[in-house]
Design a protein around this ligand. Structure first.
Ligand SMILES: O=C(O)CCC(=O)C(=O)O
Length: 411
């Protein structure tokens, strides 16, 4: 059995080179690895793919030097990165107040246009969703629930990444369409240089009951904890997108909201272990997200950087809050009024970091293009129609970094 646990630096390098020489073909129906990826009956390429199991493993083994496969060319390294940004804070509770709703929607519109990113207090959001602010007892009771839901997800993610490598590798797959997928780097099958990240993707489409049974059964509480989080998170998304549609002046907002209630969502649990030489690599390369909105939950360790006016700026983590960003779908739908912004992740040498990015959009087969209300003579259509399947084919055939998919959709 080929296993990174038994591999030295050279063996890892050889495995990485094998992948580089023979990239995995991501065709339909790729199978998951079961932790015995060296099995001679398996496709050799898939075996090579699975040999690279996790950066968590490398970090735990106490590597003091970054394996060559993770060293970025000088021009792509993180650089100085001392700039910081305080994102605009968007208080969702104000949307509930008829006197403040219009001004709040204006603020949301400005944040989506200028930054593509904003911050929302998750505790406040969960409180508002569960029935109101006026009664103090509701705040206290629901404060506890919110904390539990948020902390619970980060905790179960941490415990998943601490499982033995064979338990995690059960969910490893080169198939970008797999509803559950464990892996490492950004797009492991295509990255010429690997990134310092392990991930677990959980499709979390509505109704959740249809997908939860495919989620990992280890740790034993993962399904329950992640399902509670997914439901709460989806409700927050619905509030935000409703406000965004109003800000954009979309007349068919109601019917779109009905489609979104049964839309496509996924949670990406990210693990960035302490890295021996963080200045030579990144946790995630510059990229934009393929969705309408992403709601990002991060622990107390910083790492997220956003591109703003040509500079990479680090976002201060505020525990219990969501970072919300505009995705490619919303840039297309808004005909470029809102911009999906490039972001990336830096790693550090001492503190492991966990984050959970929830990507929300329309049902996977639904074609999306610029809204009719936002196309006119003075502002012609700027993007082709697209759908999620087209994006997945694109991702399966290329690295998918920067805003390359969105560029391919521009007219
Ligand atoms: O971990 C983060 O801060 C960002 C994660 C992210 O950008 C992603 O999962 O696409």
């Amino acid at each position: 059995m080929a296993d990174i646990a038994d591999a030295d630096d050279h063996k890892l390098q050889r495995a990485a080179d094998a992948i580089k020489a023979a990239p995995v073909s991501n065709t339909k129906g790729g199978s998951s690895c079961d932790g015995t990826c060296g099995d001679s009956s398996r496709n050799e390429q898939e075996g090579s793919y699975c040999l690279i199991k996790s950066v968590k493993h490398l970090s735990d083994r106490g590597f003091t030097r970054l394996p060559d496969r993770y060293i970025l060319p000088a021009s792509e390294r993180p650089g100085d990165g001392s700039g910081r940004v305080k994102l605009p804070v968007f208080d969702l509770t104000r949307l509930r107040d008829p006197h403040q709703r219009a001004a709040t929607i204006e603020a949301l519109d400005a944040a989506c246009r200028d930054y593509g990113f904003f911050q929302a207090s998750a505790l406040l959001l969960f409180l508002s969703l569960s029935g109101g602010f006026s009664a103090l007892c509701v705040q206290v009771v629901n404060h506890g629930v919110a904390r539990e839901v948020i902390a619970g997800l980060l905790d179960v993610a941490r415990r998943f990444f601490e499982l033995p490598v064979a338990a995690r590798a059960r969910y490893m797959s080169p198939d970008v369409r797999a509803p559950v997928r464990y892996g490492t780097s950004f797009n492991q099958a295509r990255d010429p240089v690997f990134f310092w990240r392990d991930f677990l993707k959980l499709a979390s489409c509505q109704p959740l009951s249809a997908v939860v049974t495919s989620w990992p059964d280890e740790p034993a509480d993962l399904r329950e904890v992640a399902a509670r989080y997914a439901m709460a998170n989806h409700q927050v998304f619905m509030e935000l997108i409703e406000a965004a549609l109003e800000a954009l002046g979309i007349a068919c907002g109601r019917s779109l909201l009905r489609e979104l209630a049964a839309g496509y969502s996924q949670i990406m649990l990210n693990c960035y272990p302490a890295c021996p030489q963080p200045d030579l690599t990144l946790g995630l390369p510059p990229h934009s997200d393929y969705c309408l909105f992403t709601l990002l939950l991060q622990d107390q360790v910083e790492g997220l950087q956003v591109m703003h006016h040509g500079r990479w700026l680090t976002v201060d983590p505020i525990p219990g809050s969501f970072i919300v960003n505009v995705g490619d779908h919303l840039e297309i739908y808004s005909n470029g009024r809102y911009k999906s912004k490039l972001h990336r992740v830096r790693v550090n040498s001492t503190r492991p970091r966990i984050s959970a990015a929830s990507f929300h959009s329309l049902p996977a087969e639904r074609v999306i293009g610029p809204a009719a209300e936002l196309v006119n003579e003075g502002n012609p259509r700027r993007y082709k129609d697209t759908d999620y399947a087209t994006f997945l084919s694109f991702l399966a055939s290329t690295e998918g970094k920067h805003k390359s998919f969105l560029q391919s959709r521009k007219l």
